[in-house]
Design a protein around this ligand. Sequence first.
Ligand SMILES: [Zn+2]
Length: 307
Amino acid sequence: MPLEIYLILRSAVRRVSKDAGWCCKHISTLTVEATIVAAVISTLAATAAVAADSPWSTARTPSAGPARAIGGPASGCLAGAAALPADGVGFSAIRLSRHRNFGHPDTIAFVERLGKAAQQAGLAPFYVGDMAQPRGGPMSSGHGSHQNGTDVDIWFNLDAKPNLAPEAREEVDLPSMVLANKRDVDPERFGRRQVTLLRLAAGDARVDRIFVNPAIKRALCDQLAPTERGWLHRLRPWYGHDEHFHVRLYCPADSPPSPCPLPGGEGSSLLKVCSTTPRRSRRCAGCGLRRGGPWRGRYRRRARRRA
Ligand SMILES: [Zn+2]
């Protein structure tokens, strides 16, 4: 704590103590510091309570009406969300108590496609972590994005898994794929199966980008032959992402180009916005990305150059 703040707080505590009839010499440094720490803790607790009470985090059901990813992944919300089933072909959802297993129907369909493709490739089921809250919006912890229903976290752990009871889904083994030096992948954990899953995800036409740890991107660049690297442009190195990879889809074609309002009261303002017919735009106003997939305009030209 900076000295000036400490001195101001100490003088305030002593003034209060004097008003209460205590003698300053009886106020020890320890007492003053304990009082200041208690004040800081109570302030932090109040701040956390405000975040936890955010209407976005307390919503338990999606809004009615057609599905809409509104705004961008880091500043948006979600209407008409769908819930990911707890288990599907090739995947299991974990940490369901967080109520972050919702997404735009495009995202749910992507996970189901990836699960089937992974199973056909002989992989064990993968775990699906956070997607979005029932109405999207900022979360009280953990993510800056995951707000408009187009993001999903998929865990790298591809060991054979038991059928999980609801309680067991809250505490699962999610090892890092990166060594302690932060530069190299752990060859015991990151291998052919993980590369196959990443390749299948990156090959989906609805996927815009995938965030992975820089060590994972580097390992793939080193390990794959030049002719096998055509899909690596979808992988963006980003800190963290060593236990899971984060898939972001293109903006769905039905996303309205409007900013996302904060919900008022029961979230009625969100319902109102989500029920209006959007004006179509070639780009999503929130994330600025082109709608409808990569096979148009400059994306097609870039792909041709890469091929
Ligand atoms: Zn994520």
